[in-house]
Write a protein that binds this ligand. Structure first.
Ligand code: SF4
Ligand code: SF4
Length: 285
């Protein structure tokens, strides 16, 4: 049987919040018996956009990460509610029954992702329902996918075996795989949120006139092994991405056939811009 999945491309999300607003528009003041009680106007973010800045000027990037219920295949929230207050539908969608779950604040703590919200006014736990009420009426996709202007969100109704192939082909990842909940929300380019970079610029100083040095060879090594190698671009910049946070000591070796070479040591905690490294010098060129 086909099941619903969501694919979110972090590189395409620009934080416009259309997905968040569409969810608000759908649920605030609207009751969908059997699916979800009305969402409070304030406080709840069933689709929440997280933000992370990396680096420092002039090498900075910002990534936005839309987060929501992952509709996990092995959902701890379902396991914690054996009375059917939270259940998984045959199409993969996890629903908190608004009637059966009434008064059950304990359901909020059952989600390791922290995406269940407590509605104090109605005394019910709530979360994104994948717009199951719309899909059941024949909609082809949830509203968040429909309104996303950049195509960052795609929904897929697919067999598990097909989804496995797609995930492999598109190098998709899930949030916190260590939770072992088998999420149905997949991410593309997740490294932009979870990984770090080491970047810098290479220049030459000709009698106080600074020039970017394009085409210098930059090698990143760790424990005497090569991690990656690249050439500086037309701005003299290099950037090694997808490195683990707090991953320790690295050496950057920069060389150019006419301008000599230089090595610098870096200890990686968060993403780092090492500044401008000057090669050559007066009389060298
Ligand atoms: S609608 Fe699309 S681009 Fe806008 S915040 Fe949501 S995922 Fe990002
Ligand atoms: S993300 Fe949380 S609320 Fe959603 S299915 Fe998984 S455990 Fe349940």
């Amino acid at each position: 049987m086909k099941k619903w999945n969501l694919i979110i491309d972090v590189a395409r999300c620009n934080n416009c919040n259309n997905c968040f607003l569409a969810n608000k528009d759908e649920h605030v003041d609207n009751d969908f018996p059997g699916y979800a009680a009305p969402q409070p106007r304030h406080g709840h973010r069933w689709i929440d956009i997280l933000r992370r800045e990396r680096g420092r000027a002039p090498m900075v990037d910002v990534a936005y990460l839309p987060t929501t219920c992952n509709h996990c295949e092995d959902a701890p929230c379902v396991k914690a509610s054996a009375d059917g207050a939270v259940y998984k539908r045959p199409d993969g969608i996890v629903i908190i029954d608004p009637q059966k779950a009434a008064g059950r604040k304990d359901i909020v703590a059952s989600c390791p992702y922290g995406v269940i919200w407590w509605n104090e006014e109605r005394k019910v736990a709530q979360k994104w329902i994948f717009d199951a009420h719309l899909l059941d009426q024949g909609w082809k996709e949830p509203r968040c996918a429909q309104v996303c202007p950049t195509g960052a969100i795609r929904s897929l109704n697919a067999e598990d075996s097909d989804m496995e192939q797609i995930a492999k082909k598109e190098a998709l990842e899930v949030l916190h795989p260590e939770y072992s909940t088998k999420p149905r929300v997949y991410y593309k380019n997740l490294y932009r949120f979870t990984k770090c970079f080491i970047g810098g610029s290479v220049a030459i100083d000709r009698n106080a006139i600074v020039d970017c040095l394009q085409g210098a060879n930059v090698m990143l090594t760790k424990d005497s092994g090569t991690v990656a190698e690249q050439r500086t671009d037309c701005y003299g910049d290099f950037k090694f991405d997808k490195l683990d946070r707090d991953s320790g000591a690295y050496t950057i070796e920069i060389s150019h056939p006419c301008q000599g070479k230089k090595a610098i040591e870096v200890r990686l905690g968060e993403s780092q811009y090492v500044g401008t490294v000057y090669l050559g010098g007066q009389g060298v060129y």
